[in-house]
Design a protein around this ligand. Structure first.
Ligand SMILES: *Cc1c(COP(=O)(O)O)cnc(C)c1O
Length: 462
């Protein structure tokens, strides 16, 4: 399998290069040159378990980069650390609506599903090439811990995560700082999340530093993350025996729902994909009006969806522009300059055929958390609640199973859940002593030179 850039002018690459590259060097995102079709045995594969299905679904994307037995071993190892043998269990909610619990991994959020695999693939490829890298990232809370858990103790990777000092929740901070691994370094920056992001960008722009420590990232535009997310669309749809199903996806950067698009492109019977937004609703507005227009970001109870521009949306724009990279690059350039851009007729048609969108504000989010608890005795997190609200406001045809992707464990957002229900959700047993574990973290000023000095001294280069 070769991969092409959404902006049409970067070289096509194989899987291993795409894995390590992240962004294409024309600024675009890599997508497969063509979508493979699901093996005819996809339902049987799902019955054999998550890891078996994962290998079947992903093999055409990685074939040629590693041998089958190695891939099987990596996949099995990645999904052995989840809380349940199903990895992504499906639980009924009401009527035709089900929840797919994507939060049974080490850090209790859906990013584990992709990152547990990608961390291992990274390490394998670096060992093969004989190199090592430093992953540098900034987090407002959630992604940092998922990256740390995915990269901890990996031989060829050091991981440095910046978070804004005093501005992440205590659970989030402790999920990062209590990880006892020699290759994990937490930095609390005296500044905001934006300051942390600016420091990361500046470090990547400093060529001498970047080369000296072999900087890289595992952010949400990495193709391998999208690939790993296709799998749970297949395993959950398989439960319905080949009937078309509707998926509802709490959306931020559009990585998760784009994986659903990929599953459909591979032949999975998907009735519609429903994009669920909180008040930061650029996508919902674009889907309803045909114009993608920037608006300021407002903080909400579902912070992992508080985004200005959904980076992975570029992949869908490219597909719906007939895979014309030059046209996609021009459209995005107009968006960057003007802050808004019209979707083309073909893009609007594609969106109308395959998607729906709905938004839910904080008040609605709390109402759903309360209602689900009252009626089902079930606690859901605010991101999942935005999804349930969307499932209710744009219901599918009668009898079509609707699968809401539950993207975080309620205990990850205990304040919102308690505010809605009066019940403080408990952490799973394996994390019950999180508040007693020792923390390891270095506080630094909001200063590039200080951060670069720290990273250079901390990481292993050779
Ligand atoms: C990252 C995240 C999302 C958004 O997913 P995207 O792939 O960025 O659209 C939703 N919910 C939670 C809990 C997340 O961590």
């Amino acid at each position: 399998m070769r991969y092409v850039s959404t902006r049409g002018s970067a070289p096509t690459l194989g899987f291993a290069d795409v894995l390590l590259a992240g962004l294409a060097d024309d600024g675009g995102l890599y997508v497969p040159e063509s979508w493979p079709t699901l093996p005819p045995t996809w339902r049987e594969a799902a019955e054999r378990g998550y890891a078996a299905a994962a290998v079947e679904v992903m093999w055409p994307f990685v074939e040629g980069a590693l041998d089958r037995a190695t891939f099987e071993a990596i996949v099995a190892d990645a999904y052995a650390c989840f809380d349940t043998p199903e990895v992504v269990p499906l639980v009924p909610l009401d009527g035709d609506v089900y929840l797919a619990e994507l939060y049974r991994g080490p850090t209790l959020a859906f990013k584990d599903v992709a990152l547990q695999l990608v961390g291992r693939l990274f390490d394998h490829e670096l060992a093969r090439r004989g190199g090592r890298v430093t992953v540098l990232g900034a987090t407002s809370g959630d992604t940092g811990s998922a990256a740390i858990e995915a990269l901890r103790d990996r031989a060829a990777v050091d991981c440095v995560i910046l978070h804004p000092h005093g501005r992440v929740s205590e659970v989030q901070r402790r999920q990062m700082t209590t990880v006892d691994a020699p290759n994990v370094f937490n930095v609390a920056v005296e500044g905001t999340f934006d300051d942390c992001q600016d420091l990361v960008k500046a470090a990547f722009a400093d060529g001498a530093f970047r080369d000296a420590v072999h900087l890289t990232a595992v952010n949400s535009i990495n193709w391998a993350r999208v690939m790993a997310q296709i799998v749970y669309y297949v395993t959950t749809a398989a439960i319905f025996g080949g009937r078309p199903v509707r998926f509802v996806v709490p959306t931020g950067n559009f990585g998760n729902v784009y994986a659903g698009w990929g599953a459909r492109a591979m032949g999975l019977p998907v009735e519609r994909l429903v994009v669920a937004s909180n008040r930061n609703d650029i996508l919902t507005r674009a889907f309803h009006t045909g114009t993608m227009a920037l608006d300021g970001v407002v903080p909400t109870l579902s912070p992992s969806m508080d985004i200005q521009v959904s980076s992975n949306f570029e992949r869908l724009l490219f597909e719906l522009a007939g895979r014309d990279g030059a046209a996609t690059a021009a459209q995005l350039a107009r968006f960057r300059t003007a802050g808004s851009v019209e979707l083309t007729e073909a893009q609007r048609r594609g969106i109308d055929t395959h998607f729906e969108a709905a938004r839910c504000d904080d008040e609605g989010t709390l109402a759903v958390i309360r209602d689900v608890h009252d009626r089902h005795g079930l606690l859901v997190d605010p991101h999942t609640a935005v999804g349930i609200a969307a499932a209710r406001s744009v219901p599918g045809p009668a009898g079509t199973p609707t699968i809401v992707l539950a993207t975080a464990h309620p205990a990850k957002f205990p304040d919102a859940v308690e505010r809605a229900t009066g019940v403080r959700p408990a952490l799973p047993d394996r994390l019950a002593d999180l508040f007693e574990r020792p923390e390891r973290c270095t506080t630094l000023p909001n200063d590039l030179a200080a951060v670069e000095r720290f990273v250079s001294a901390a990481v292993r280069t050779n």
